[in-house]
Design a protein around this ligand. Structure first.
Ligand SMILES: Nc1ncnc2c1ncn2[C@@H]1O[C@H](COP(=O)(O)OP(=O)(O)OP(=O)(O)O)[C@@H](O)[C@H]1O
Ligand code: SF4
Ligand SMILES: [Mg+2]
Length: 334
């Protein structure tokens, strides 16, 4: 395969001010995010911060209470089911538990062919040819075709799930913690596979992960979520070397560094207290109850009075903190 040059700056996804609620729980609270063709965006945050809900909202598996999601120029919020079905070909999702996301009663051959059957895109011969192609792309041998999901290893099952998502040539893949349930020994292989999909097929990726270390090598840009909101968004390099939001600085300080000497002297920034629940978020800034920067500034009232908007502090670097400039300086470690 010849590498496809990514068409620079072509926005394929524009999420604007999206909120998703479940009763009193505001799982996603006014999120805006863009993804360009062939771009890999990492979405990082601790459990319950709303990452999966945002991913599901992009696919319209959950319907936002507010906001706009434009995909390839089409508004997806409120779209009628038939039009959504057509767009769903270009927009696919893979999940943390690959076996749970594959139909246990279907053999791999049928699982991979199913999207083509549902969308009526290929005749029988073309389906077989496409299944063989996809199998090759995801690095599986033809002998898996007759197996059921429970007869696959975790890594094989995730490759099948990725293959199923690829069959109809998507433009964007939302990968929700695709390696968390896999053995450490095969996590890197799946990361490399996803990275190759971008390089060889030009597929854009929203890669959801718990911690920064996972997205370190694969992402072009990284968005950090805390309690339903994006608190920092920047080019990966900038985010790792120059994190400005106190929450990002804490996450970044938890990433081990390869140099043993620097690893020994690494200082960790530990946030005190528990993450508040999204049915009762603190007023003003979501981090105000545990923010080390706020504490070091003597607890300014502005943090609890006013919600900090995500604002650009440097080209391509946005932070949701009233006092981001006060945190400026080198990363807790590099
Ligand atoms: N279907 C649902 N019904 C009610 N509440 C939900 C539902 N889905 C998610 N939530 C709540 O919304 C919030 C965000 O959940 P979400 O699963 O999006 O977080 P996450 O960042 O993906 O977490 P994790 O890292 O654990 O996967 C949580 O408080 C969760 O309990
Ligand atoms: S606005 Fe205040 S509480 Fe929020 S991150 Fe900045 S300093 Fe901390
Ligand atoms: Mg999740």
């Amino acid at each position: 395969m010849t590498p496809m040059p990514p068409t620079a700056h072509e926005k394929i996804l524009e999420v604007s001010d999206v909120s998703v609620t479940f009763g009193r729980v505001v799982a996603v609270d006014g999120v805006s995010l863009e993804i360009h063709r062939g771009e890999i965006v990492g979405l990082v945050g601790e459990s319950g911060s709303g990452k999966s809900t945002l991913g599901r909202a992009i696919l319209q598996i959950v319907r936002p209470a507010r906001g706009s999601i434009r995909f390839g120029g089409t508004e997806l919020v409120g779209i009628d089911p038939e039009a959504l079905r057509r767009h769903r070909r270009d927009l696919q999702m893979i999940f943390q538990d690959p076996r749970g996301s594959l139909d246990p009663r279907m053999r791999v051959a049928a699982i991979l062919a199913e999207p083509m059957v549902i969308h009526g895109t290929h005749d029988r011969a073309a389906r077989r040819a496409r299944v063989a192609e996809v199998l090759d792309i995801v690095g599986l041998r033809a002998d898996v075709l007759d197996r059921f999901p429970h007869q696959l290893s975790g890594g094989q099952a995730q490759r099948v799930a990725i293959g199923r998502a690829l069959v109809l040539d998507p433009v964007l893949l939302v990968a929700d913690e695709p390696i968390s349930s896999l053995d450490v020994s095969i996590q890197a292989q799946v990361i490399n596979l996803l990275s190759d999909l971008r390089a060889e097929l030009g597929i854009a990726l929203l890669f959801i992960a718990h911690d920064l270390a996972v997205v370190r090598h694969i992402a072009d840009r990284v968005a950090v979520m805390y309690l339903g909101g994006i608190v920092e968004l920047a080019d990966k390099r900038r985010l790792f070397e120059h994190p400005l939001h106190p929450y990002t600085r804490s996450l970044q300080s938890a990433v081990p560094v390869p140099d043993p000497k620097r690893e020994r002297t690494r200082t960790r920034i530990i946030l005190e207290g528990e993450i508040p629940t999204p049915d009762n978020p603190p007023p003003g800034c979501a981090l105000s109850t545990r923010c080390p920067l706020r504490a070091s500034l003597g607890g300014p009232d502005r943090c609890t009075a006013e919600r900090p908007p995500l604002r650009q502090v440097h080209p391509g670097h946005a932070v949701a903190c009233h006092f981001a400039e006060a945190a400026d300086g080198p990363a807790p470690h590099r």
